[in-house]
Write a protein that binds this ligand. Structure first.
Ligand code: SF4
Length: 438
């Protein structure tokens, strides 16, 4: 979501004539878009701001702004702690960003704007072809994010999101369809729908599944993904849509956080291990090729060795394709701090995290190795950054594929069949079979 917000800031400022500077030294506006979901990310904001202080001394006209979740959480405290900061703006003020910057530039002093907008729906101006025209043809994206809902009503006890992103709000389905259509008309082949609990989307009788059906009908949209769904809101209708709609990829990132019922209850996740596994079973039954990934928090207060082993056994049962895993990070204002549970010492949490990640590496490699010798459909996103002689793209199951092509044609945006030759830990390697589908 943050990545998408940064894109929006860039687009909005481009429309006012701003261009990306080559470095901070050449910039007359520095924007930090921030995340406060873990302490480390929040801490980084203050370090980065410290680095920018000498630039402001050299160039007093430089504007430094902080947006995103840390801005929403800290508000005026940020302005008073960082004297060279000019602007603090929350996630609900992104669309006002160009005006806010202008106000600072016109000398209306330092500004703080971080208020949630009222109401249960939200609007985003659609990115129009004019904004695409600002990009040279070769740089136009093949994949795009589209925010469909934001905020969260779930209040898991470890999570700061409802406090910094506000309550759940959904976007009008017509607005979403218009935006996806505009993206597809401008060369986008794959769209990822975004929301903190994306499948909780509902707008006046239009459910998430219904929205998928409407988007699937858009001609030229090859692939549709969504992130991150909330397990309890994975309905049978959604499972069927995933199996039946041709654009919806056979892939789901379904955050579980822990395999222990005791921990899930303390986290207030709203489901048990058994209920979660039942959803996984249904997903696999209707979509036998589905790729499943998840999030884990290790070392939540009160987590015993037995609880952690429950997490490992859940991993063994599901055999995830990949996982995102972190040590628990306490966040101000969250309920976990008031549960009176004993903290898990840092070294124990880190050791558990290492064990979990080592186990997952084996599962991921096993899955990747099973693909060697087979062909996979890859949507080509461009040249590989680590080796420009290779092309890079993703499979429908969201695996990164780097591959060599025997033909010298520009493959960006094409769907190609790649013969898989080698499995690595973070990607797979292959060679392009010269049978381009589109
Ligand atoms: S559902 Fe996700 S975003 Fe919402 S409170 Fe829980 S962890 Fe945070």
């Amino acid at each position: 979501m943050n990545e998408h917000d940064s894109e929006r800031m860039l687009w909005l400022l481009s429309e006012r004539g701003y261009r990306m500077a080559h470095s901070e030294e050449h910039a007359d506006l520095i924007l930090l878009n921030t995340c406060s979901v873990r302490y480390k990310a929040e801490h980084k904001v203050y370090s980065a701001l410290g680095v920018f202080a000498p630039l402001k001394e050299k160039n007093p006209n430089l504007i430094i702004a902080v947006g995103g979740c840390v801005a929403q959480q800290e508000k005026r405290r940020l302005l008073s702690r960082v004297r060279h900061l000019d602007l603090v703006f929350g996630p609900d003020q992104i669309d006002e960003l160009p005006d806010l910057v202008e106000s600072v530039r016109e000398g209306r002093s330092r500004l703080m704007a971080a208020e949630f907008k009222l109401g249960r729906e939200f609007h985003l101006p659609t990115l129009l072809p004019e904004t695409f025209a600002l990009l040279p043809a070769g740089e136009r994206p093949v994949t795009a994010f589209v925010a469909i809902m934001k905020g969260c009503d779930k209040f898991c006890t470890f999570c700061i999101v409802p406090f910094v992103r506000g309550r759940e709000k959904s976007r009008h389905p017509d607005e979403i369809v218009l935006e996806v259509r505009a993206l597809v008309e401008n060369g986008v082949k794959e769209v990822t729908l975004l929301g903190q609990t994306v499948n909780s989307y509902h707008y006046e009788g239009v459910s998430f599944s219904e929205l998928l059906r409407r988007l699937d009908a858009i001609s030229g949209l090859e692939r549709l993904r969504f992130v991150s769904p909330y397990p309890n809101d994975v309905s049978d209708d959604l499972i069927n849509c995933m199996a039946d709609l041709s654009s919806v990829c056979e892939q789901i990132h379904l955050p579980v956080q822990s395999g222990s019922n005791r921990i899930l209850e303390w986290m207030r996740r709203g489901y048990t291990r058994e209920a979660y596994l039942e959803k996984i079973l249904k997903l696999k039954k209707r979509n036998p090729d589905i790729s499943i990934s998840t999030d884990f928090i290790v070392g939540f207060p009160g987590e015993s060795e037995e609880d952690f082993e429950e997490t490992l056994s859940l991993m063994d049962e599901v055999k995830y394709d990949s996982v995102f895993s972190f040590c628990y990070s306490s966040r101000p204002g969250t309920k976990a701090l008031r549960l009176g549970l004993e903290e898990v010492p840092g070294e124990i949490a880190s050791e558990r995290l290492e064990r979990l990640q080592a186990l997952q590496r084996d599962y991921t490699l096993e899955k990747y190795r099973a693909l060697v010798g087979k062909e996979a459909e890859v949507l080509v996103e461009g040249r590989s950054k680590s080796d420009v002689s290779r092309w890079t793209g993703k499979t429908r199951s969201h695996i990164v594929v780097n591959f060599d092509a025997t033909e010298g044609v520009n493959l960006k945006g094409a769907l190609v069949n790649v013969k898989i030759e080698k499995a690595l830990l973070s990607n797979i390697r292959g060679v392009y079979h010269p049978e381009v589908r589109s």
